[in-house]
Design a protein around this ligand. Structure first.
Ligand code: 1GP
Length: 241
């Protein structure tokens, strides 16, 4: 057991920032996983997240098993659907899409997941997932049929995050969407951070070291990057200490 959540809290209390590399099973060629994971091992990354909006059944489990044999980093599921839950990972972000009003993503999918979860050793981390408008429709919007929160309504975004915390969620994830044209604005990150007493995850559209550092400075405790690594593995070198 890796005690993923407590380790996140511990790292934050020591003033550390965390970085998750997101691997989408739908995009990762399993034959290339070993080399890719080795790059992650050599980088500043602290976590591997696995998930995608649309993934073939069993693809997640096959990929997680493969990744596990090459790394000691915690593997955290960031599932787009119940079918992506596998006991082979260390932890599961049990996501509630609290920026939207689709009951399937607020409780329906969770009920569906129980038969998979009740006898599992997966560490389950309830996570409030908040989609922020970024100028183009994201695949999360399409799949979940929800609207993101408008960027300019800072108060609403912050109160949504706080409501998630008050409902018992252990993490809040601000999401601009995979491959977003621009990341979550820094003022939104700092505004939300001021409201929260739980760790803040930020992801979507972060493609440079400058953007990564700015997200941390604004208050992100853990940043998630997928596309930038998929498109150019040299980005790992850019992030060296
Ligand atoms: C997507 O937040 C993650 O859910 C990461 O986004 O692929 O744009 O890095 P990118």
């Amino acid at each position: 057991m890796k005690a993923v959540y407590n380790n996140i809290l511990g790292a934050i209390s020591e003033g550390k920032t965390l970085l998750a590399v997101l691997i989408d099973p739908d995009k990762m060629d399993i034959k290339k996983a070993a080399v890719f994971v080795e790059k992650i091992n050599q980088s500043v990354a602290t976590h591997i997240f696995v998930g995608g909006s649309t993934v073939d059944e069993y693809a997640t489990e096959i990929l997680v098993n493969e990744i596990k044999s090459y790394t000691e980093l915690p593997i955290v599921l960031f599932p787009g659907d119940v079918s992506q839950i596998t006991h082979q990972a260390d932890a599961l972000l049990f996501l509630s899409l609290i920026s939207g009003h689709n009951p399937d993503y607020l409780i329906g999918k969770h009920v569906e997941a129980v038969s998979k979860l009740k006898n599992s050793d997966l560490e389950i981390i309830p996570t409030g997932y908040i989609l922020i408008e970024n100028g183009k429709e994201t695949s999360v919007e399409k799949v979940t049929k929800t609207k993101p929160l408008p960027r300019e309504n800072l108060q609403r975004i912050a109160h949504t995050a706080k409501a998630g915390e008050l409902l018992g969620m252990r993490l809040i994830y601000l999401e601009a969407g995979s491959g977003a044209l621009s990341p979550v604005p820094l003022e939104i990150i700092s505004f939300v951070k001021q409201e929260l007493d739980i760790p803040l995850i930020v992801g979507g559209g972060i493609k440079t070291k400058k953007q990564l550092d700015a997200a941390y400075k604004a208050g992100a405790d853990l940043v998630v990057i997928g596309t930038a690594f998929e498109e150019d593995e040299h980005f790992f070198d850019a992030l060296k200490f």
